[in-house]
Write a protein that binds this ligand. Structure first.
Ligand SMILES: C[S@@+](CC[C@H](N)C(=O)[O-])C[C@H]1O[C@@H](n2cnc3c(N)ncnc32)[C@H](O)[C@@H]1O
Length: 231
């Protein structure tokens, strides 16, 4: 089989892995879990560790840098590694957190795989913001409304202006930018605002941002926020 399965694992609860993904994960010889070079932990591994035995797991240590040379080197190497495994007749799955279509590291690999003649099949996962909306029991959109997904690094002013067009904004990749997150909250009249950190994983926090104080939150790594404007 000249293809790799690309599996969306959901935000952190292995119970949210689809049946289709589960069966593929169970049947693969190699399950690749990405891991940031800076972190000792792989979130993808945390999700699949009870489903996939250790000896079928292979890490992909990806760089968290904007250095084009480092990124190229790492993703070229990984694409070639996937091609090599497939050429050996191995069934291979590449895992990502949430859904593959949302800010996934796989997007660096897809073009390279196509260039190498390796096909891929994507299996959907539940995006982290869908999990947060459901954990706090708030619909992302009601009839007649719309929502947008942004990275916080896009800048607070741009996101504030977005509220002129949409009712709900999902803010991802918050990281250490707590000051900017609170600046955003103060800049828009909101009905509600929630932050979900490490959803479904050890250390999970769900915070009502309308009640929280900026200095109570030291960082928001692996965090997503949902902000709904007041009508
Ligand atoms: C590289 S992107 C991957 C997004 C993922 N594909 C998705 O569908 O949610 C990483 C960002 O996703 C969000 N995220 C992923 N998993 C999360 C979790 N368990 N809890 C909170 N946020 C999460 C955070 O905003 C994080 O900065």
């Amino acid at each position: 089989m000249n293809k790799v399965f690309v599996i969306g694992l959901g935000a952190g609860d292995s119970g949210l892995i689809t049946l289709k993904a589960y069966e593929i994960l169970k049947g693969c010889d190699v399950v690749i879990t990405p891991k940031s070079k800076l972190s000792p932990r792989s979130v993808a591994l945390e999700i699949v560790k009870d489903i996939v035995e250790k000896d079928r797991i292979e890490f992909f240590n990806f760089p968290t840098t904007n250095d084009e040379g480092d990124l190229k080197e790492a993703y070229d190497r990984e694409a070639n590694r996937i091609k090599q495994l497939i050429s050996q007749g191995k069934r291979v799955a590449y895992t990502t957190i949430g859904d593959v279509s949302i800010y996934s590291t796989f997007n660096y690999l897809s073009e390279r795989l196509t260039h190498l003649g390796v096909d891929f099949e994507i299996v959907e996962g539940v995006p982290s913001f869908i999990s947060l909306a459901n954990r706090v029991k708030k619909p992302l959109v009601l009839k007649g409304e719309s929502f947008a997904v942004v990275e916080l690094k896009e800048g607070v002013d741009k996101i504030v202006r977005l509220f002129e067009l949409v009712d709900t904004v999902v803010v991802m990749k918050i990281g250490g930018r707590i000051r900017q997150l609170f600046e955003l909250i103060r800049s828009v009249k909101l009905e509600y605002a929630y932050l979900g950190s490490r959803l479904y994983l050890e250390g999970e926090r769900i915070i009502d941002l309308m009640d929280a104080k900026q200095d109570e939150i030291s960082d928001a790594y692996l965090s997503v926020a949902i902000l709904k404007r007041l009508k």
